[in-house]
Unconditional design. Sequence first.
Length: 103
Amino acid sequence: MADLTQQEWASQLDKDENAVILDVRTEEEVNEGYIPGAINLDIHQGQDFIDALKELDSEKHYYVYCRSGGRSGQACSIMNQLGIANTYNLMGGFSNWDGASTK
């Protein structure tokens, strides 16, 4: 797992042809806005969240975010434990995001 600043995260994401954006916030939070193209898997869903992670392609590169960076960091750690090596946590999360978003 790598903790990336917003600039690093966005720059690396733009160049990564193997990238998947993963939003680990709740449905209510997602309804307030999200980064375009993000897949939502709510980390609060417990075993359902783990099961969904196990279905992901471990060869992809996952750019993970939540509201402030804490839950996404946890998600990256869990993904690493499940054999998904390339995970990138957005430090500061969506609350600090000033890139493209959808509301």
